[in-house]
Design a binder for this molecule. Structure first.
Ligand code: NDP
Length: 266
């Protein structure tokens, strides 16, 4: 079995991440999913490795905040998930610095606006390479450690765009990559059944800055289509990350938690 049946019935024990090491890619933003997942895991006692690809300053700031607030060990690493060697280097460096890895949140992602006809081949490649192949590279890099260790939790930040084709904005590359991520969680859940659990989280519109390049009128149109009438905040997702990473979810694998204010229910 991937995770032993929990010894405790106490939710406080099950959600505790004391003694665990969690890697979170794409945690350089000030209000993104990555930093919120890190805040949640650190609050529950985990030591944290976060990654950035271009915003070193943002990652350093997040390390400072996490260390000061929660007092656990936190370190930032540069990693380009689109490059398999970089993902392997990340895992090796974290193992050298922390000794083991219990959970990995594959959260790094990129987006682009425009349909397949308007965007260049390079734009298509960039999004699919980062969001789909990058997630697979992270899994391939950390999987052998989970297997050797006999346990691990791999959580993928997918998207509601992996469930429905976003409209009216056209983001075919992103939709396709995120749909692949959801199915990757199911496929890996089977593949890794003896030693690790694999799950996805599919956020809806979340105000993280990722969509800041889209004009306000378009953003307002998107939000008017959300049954709950507003975009979500990344902090409204952190409990889901902690749940999937922790022993509170020892029988959960291959699942996808949709957190979208009801958008995909319409
Ligand atoms: P952020 O901009 O805060 O996070 C994106 C992160 O991905 C950044 O830390 C960025 O690093 C990193 N990143 C981008 N490209 C690469 C790469 N090639 N290698 C490594 N890291 C990379 O935005 P969000 O919090 O919104 O995004 C986090 C995840 O949530 C993404 O996977 C996104 O697709 C997903 N998501 C977001 C939604 C939203 O509405 N915001 C909705 C659904 C899903 P750096 O800045 O240092 O380059």
């Amino acid at each position: 079995m991937p995770q032993p049946i929990p010894k405790s019935d106490s939710l406080i024990d099950l959600f505790s991440l004391k003694g665990k090491v969690i890697v979170i890619t794409g945690a350089s933003g000030p209000r993104g999913m990555g930093i919120e997942a890190a805040r949640g895991c650190a609050e529950m006692g985990a030591d944290i490795a976060i990654t950035y690809s271009s915003r070193k300053e943002g990652a350093d700031k997040n390390v400072e905040e996490l260390t000061k607030t929660y007092g656990t060990k936190v370190k930032a690493y540069k990693c380009d998930v689109a490059d398999f060697a970089s993902c392997e280097q990340l895992v090796n460096d974290v193992l050298k610095d922390f000794g083991h890895i219990d959970g990995f949140i594959a959260n790094a992602g990129a987006t682009a606006d425009g349909g397949i006809l308007e965007s260049s081949k390079e734009e298509w490649d960039r999004v699919v390479q980062t969001d789909l192949n990058g997630t697979a590279y992270c899994a391939k890099a950390v999987g052998p450690h989970f297997k050797k260790q006999g346990h691990g939790s791999f959580v993928i930040t997918a998207s509601m765009s992996g469930h429905i084709a976003n409209f009216p904005q056209e983001q075919t590359s992103y939709n396709v990559a995120k749909a692949g991520c959801i199915h990757m969680a199911r496929s890996l859940a089977n593949e890794w059944r003896d030693f690790a659990r694999v799950n996805a989280i599919s956020p809806g519109y979340i105000d993280t800055g990722l969509s800041d390049f889209i004009d306000q009128k378009t953003q307002d149109l998107w939000y008017s289509m959300v049954p709950m009438g507003r975009p979500g905040l990344a902090k409204e997702l952190k409990a889901a990350y902690v749940y999937l990473i922790s022993d509170a979810s020892t029988y959960t694998t291959g699942a996808d938690i949709v957190i979208d204010g009801g958008y995909t229910c319409r």
